[in-house]
Design a protein. Sequence first.
Length: 316
Amino acid sequence: MTLKTVISNSFDPFLNLSVEDWLFQHCEGGNLVCYLWRNERTVVIGRNQNPYAECNVSLLEKEGGFLMRRATGGGAVYHDVENLNFTFVLPASMADTRRNFKIIAAALATYGIEAEVSGRNDMVAQGRKFSGSAFHKNATAALHHGTIMIKTDIAALKRYLTPDVSKLQKHGVKSVENRVVNLGELADISVGDLIPRIVGAFELEYGQRSEKVAFETLSSRDEVRTRRGFYASDGWRFGRWRDFKATCKGTFDWGSVEVSLTTDGKSVVDCQIASDALDTEALATAKRLIIENHEPTADCLPPIVKDILKLINEQT
C-alpha cells in the first residue's frame, strides 16, 4: 500500500476536475490518493441535474463564474477559493467512506470542531452542514469527493443557487443560509492551515507517510488537457437542458426528480431525468424502463426506479 497526496495550485474548475478524473481512471492497485483542490467562483451540479433549475446561469456567467457538471450524482454546490475540496481515490476493494469522513473529522478536531456525518453524504458541525459528498465506483477504483466550507461567500452562494423550496422544507429550514455554516465561524481556521492537517490525518489513518505528487506532472498531461476540453464543453454542461420542460416532479427520501417525456402520440420515445440522487445507475435504468413502458411494481426494481416509474404513471 502506497499513500499519495496531490495539492492543486490551480483555481480552474475544469482542469481540477480533469486531474481528479485522471487519478480515478489510473488508480493502481495498492495506491491511495488524497487530492485537495479549490475552484474560483463555480457552481457544480450533479451528473443528472438540470443546470437552469439549480443555478442562475446567466448571473453566474455575467459575474465571471463557471457552471461545471461533475460525473458523480448528488446536488448542486457552490465553490470559491475559501472552500476546500477533498478527493479520496483508492482501489475498489478498499472503498470505505467511513474512513474518509474520519480523516476529515480528525483534521477538524485539531481546531476543536466536532464534525459528524449526517445521512450518507453530508458532514455537519453544531447541526449545520459544511460539507457535501458524492461517490463513484467501478470494478477497479472508488472515488469519494466533497466540499469543506471555510469562509465561502454565502451571499454569492445565495445569488447563484436556486434550490427548489421543497428541498429546503425537507430539511426543516427556510433558506440555504440557515442550513449551512462556514467553519471559519466556529474556529480560527484557514484553507492554507487546514491542508497539511488533512494530509497529516490521512497519513495517521493509514499509518505511513505519503508521497507528494506535483500537480503539474498531472495537469500537463495531454489526456488531462483533452478531458478538460470535454468538461468545459457546452455539450457536457448543458446538453439538451436548454429546452427542458418538466412534466412530472416529485420529492422522495432519496432526493428530488423532474422528468420530461417525448412521445410519438402513442408511446414514449425519449425522456430526460433531472435529479440530485446519488445513484446515477438507478436513474439510467429508470430512463430505459420509461422508454420501454415498464410496469413500476416489479419486485426486483431498486426503490428509486420504482418511485420514478410510479410518478410517471400518476402524473401523466
